[in-house]
Design a protein around this ligand. Sequence first.
Ligand code: ADP
Ligand code: GN1
Ligand code: MG
Length: 359
Amino acid sequence: MGVTADKRELLEHFMLEGEVTDVTPHGSGHINHTFLVTTDGVKKYILQKINTDIFRDTDGLMENIVNVTAYLRERIKQAGGNPERETMTVIPAKDGTYYYTDADGSDWRVYLLIEHIVSLDQAKNAEEFYASGLAFGRFQAQLADYPAESLHETIPDFHNTPKRYQAFEQAVTEDICHRAESVGQEIAFIKARKEEISVLTDLLQRGELPLRITHNDTKLNNILLDADTHEAVCIVDLDTIMPGLCAYDFGDAIRFGANTAMEDETDLSRVSLSLELYRAYAKGFLEGCGGRLTPKEIETLPLGAKTITLEQGMRFLTDYLQGDTYYHTEREGQNLDRCRTQLALVADMERKWEQMRLC
Ligand code: ADP
Ligand code: GN1
Ligand code: MG
């Protein structure tokens, strides 16, 4: 507990209220380094070291977040809500920008902490998962008229599954850590599904599915739920807001939240798709989207779940093959375990395919 001199120094560059009394690691995100900042005043903050190996253009990234949250703030006010609780508030740096570059060249940003919430790594019941589906659907509806051309593409081809497949194949060929031989089964599982991975992107290219403004990282811990009611309060992690397919936003939430096991579970017999959670989320998401989705979009939501689960399996395996440089890991083999849960979930979705249909 306490505040190290370097954290204190960098927090001095932001417009905080009160004296900082404590800075502690926070959350279970895989990408940025997140800290909870306590002060002797009323407000608490989130301090984040932005992962600039992944987000190469901090100006563009922060411009997206500042503009989108300003837009959402107006929408929330119009609806009579509380913008400080229902969207992220970026705390400006004292030089008028929205992040600070320290002496090591690392970029840091600060948000207002949203309090009295829970951020879950697993859905506990259908009601709260329904609530998060509703919130992600509403989020998409709220941004339906946002000027898409003003958004920077923070990670190019983020959910371009065919490109993810190419990167995976290249990692297998290069095999820089000599790990490919030990994961032959996983590689074969993915390769056997090669034809399926481009179905959604092909539909997009043919104009049969529309591009929308999507969150692109809709896992359950990126939505904050009220600590008492477990109603959805705020969607966080806005780093990847970009034009995308609605099936991917739907699918990513299912991949994470409707899995009966944790993302890095080592006992694969615990991995399965909960149809109860799946249906609850779908109901909430469709309600939240408020009739905006086309019949083709609704028809392809289950495929979104399967495609992004396979994509995520490929991404985890690619990182494992390349020496675990992308996702934070706490133990040896964690990315491989994560890959295996994704592939086990794909297999279960295939078994339950008929029951996953939504129309
Ligand atoms: P990462 O990109 O590493 O996943 P996130 O931006 O998702 O980083 O932050 C990590 C976690 O910190 C989130 O999952 C959430 O639980 C918590 N968090 C982030 N921002 C806030 C906030 N403004 N208020 C409360 N909790 C937050
Ligand atoms: C990362 O940042 P976080 O932990 O919310 C990743 C997502 C993956 C997810 C897998 C920018 O999400 O794409 O689906 O891990 N974010 C980025 O858990 O790559
Ligand atoms: Mg996150």
